[in-house]
Design a protein around this ligand. Structure first.
Ligand code: SF4
Ligand code: SF4
Length: 121
């Protein structure tokens, strides 16, 4: 898988044995839009207000999904270690859908390769 403007490719078959490096590890923000908040709450069949109180934190003027600390790793609250995947996959935010083709990594390929074993090229 390639994307115009990026010098690397991505092989999604690497995800099966990766252990979710992009959903775990160092603490970070997983930003969600208002539309995405509604979509995830709907997927979980939760009232949006309860969903916000349970799973979100405010970061400046935006919202991020919470993390949970598992064996020293900051896992996204929706990462399922047993299933080795995202428990809200069909409603995951754009930030997750667009990984690893982020502007941040455009010129940081070595750093990206360290995180994601699916990077080729
Ligand atoms: S870090 Fe890369 S290989 Fe691992 S789960 Fe994320 S996208 Fe897949
Ligand atoms: S929402 Fe899903 S894909 Fe995104 S960081 Fe959390 S577990 Fe990973």
């Amino acid at each position: 898988m390639t994307q115009e403007g990026f010098c690397y490719a991505f092989d999604p078959s690497a995800c099966a044995s990766c252990g979710g490096n992009c959903c775990t590890g160092e603490s970070g923000n997983i930003f969600v839009s208002v539309t995405e908040i509604k979509a995830i709450a709907t997927l979980l069949e939760m009232e949006e207000s309860l969903f916000r109180r349970t799973f979100l934190r405010k970061e400046g003027y935006r919202y991020s999904l919470l993390e949970k600390v598992v064996k020293g790793s900051y896992d996204c609250v929706f990462f399922d270690r047993t299933a080795n995947g995202c428990s809200i996959y069909h409603a995951r935010p754009l930030q997750c859908r667009t990984f690893p083709f982020w502007d941040y990594f455009r010129h940081r390929v070595t750093e990206l390769k360290h995180e994601c074993p699916g990077i080729v090229g």
